[in-house]
Design a protein around this ligand. Structure first.
Ligand SMILES: Nc1ncnc2c1ncn2[C@@H]1O[C@H](COP(=O)(O)OP(=O)(O)OP(=O)(O)O)[C@@H](O)[C@H]1O
Ligand SMILES: [Mg+2]
Length: 279
């Protein structure tokens, strides 16, 4: 039976707010609870590809850059099922995405709708497609938002500048609603959140006011995040008892429920009964 694929864009043009970390660890947790997951790396920096891909992005013949500029026939060559994270497939990002973005702007009949068009045959094959967006509000992000069914906006909660520019993102979203009226804002996801810190509490309140919706799971800060990226794995594989691993699991479970995705019940509680013992 065809799956009712949800396409979730992880977007915020503010650099370094946790988009890639969220995409990778959420993908891993969604796979662990029994969902089939594809990750699309739409960032020229290709950090998500460097994190979970078994090949170097520069050596991959069909990345998302080639796919965006080619016919749909290239799609099967673009999807790599064998990655460092079990159960997570990958369409690689590439430095060439910058050039692809310029070409789309000049040549494509509907520049913002190429991704939607190209990945359409994947609908029904995966439970979830996660799109890691670049730190810009240009055409690549527009393509992600036009293709997505749902949107998560990561906000760096530990920084006083965490919400800087968010109104631009919300304006952009309004424009995208004209081509993708069903796009559902799941909410802001607070990253590096620590309830004890005043700055985090202030950002939490401001995020609720400005974005309107807060995801009821908050991701704490942890040095294990960088360790996991260097080891090309998920935080869970580095330390499954870490609070941050547990919160990513809770995020996956919340999402599965919010989007009505049927998970593998046996795996649902893995990690949730652990004591929080992060650094
Ligand atoms: N919860 C966290 N705790 C500690 N460090 C984190 C956390 N989340 C992300 N980081 C670190 O912050 C940096 C930025 O994270 P990440 O690359 O996920 O952000 P990004 O939004 O994808 O950045 P870019 O805009 O460049 O694509 C990375 O070094 C990452 O390891
Ligand atoms: Mg990133």
């Amino acid at each position: 039976m065809d799956k009712k694929t949800k396409i979730i864009a992880i977007a915020n043009h503010k650099g370094g707010c946790g988009k890639t970390t969220t995409t990778v660890n959420l993908a891993s947790e969604l796979a662990k609870i029994g969902l089939s997951v594809l990750m699309i790396d739409l960032d020229p920096q290709a950090n998500a590809s460097l994190h979970i891909g078994k090949d170097h992005p520069s050596e991959v013949s069909v990345t998302i850059a080639e796919l965006l500029l080619s016919e749909k026939e290239k799609l099967p060559l673009a999807v790599h099922d064998d990655t460092h994270i079990k159960g997570v497939s990958l369409i690689y990002g590439s430095l060439e995405l910058g050039k692809a973005e310029d070409k789309l702007k000049d040549d494509a009949p509907r520049p913002s709708e190429e991704l939607r068009e190209k990945i359409n045959p994947l609908i029904g094959l995966y439970d979830v497609i996660l799109i890691d967006c670049p730190p810009s509000l240009k055409l690549l992000t527009s393509n992600a938002l036009a293709a997505a069914t749902d949107l998560i906006i990561p906000i760096e909660s530990g920084s006083q500048y965490g919400l800087y520019g968010v109104t631009d993102l919300l304006h952009h979203l309004q424009k995208i609603h004209r081509i993708n009226p069903d796009l559902n804002l799941l909410g802001a996801l607070l990253i590096r959140h620590d309830q004890r810190l005043t700055v985090c509490k202030l950002i939490e309140g401001a995020a609720k006011d400005q974005i309107g919706k807060l995801i009821p799971v908050k991701i704490p800060s942890s040095t294990k995040i960088n360790q996991a990226a260097m080891a090309q794995t998920s935080i869970r594989e580095i330390d499954h008892t870490a609070k941050v691993a547990r919160e990513f699991r809770r995020l996956a479970l919340w999402l599965a429920e919010a989007l009505d995705l049927s998970t593998d019940e046996q795996n649902q509680n893995v990690g949730l009964d652990m004591e929080a013992d992060d650094e």
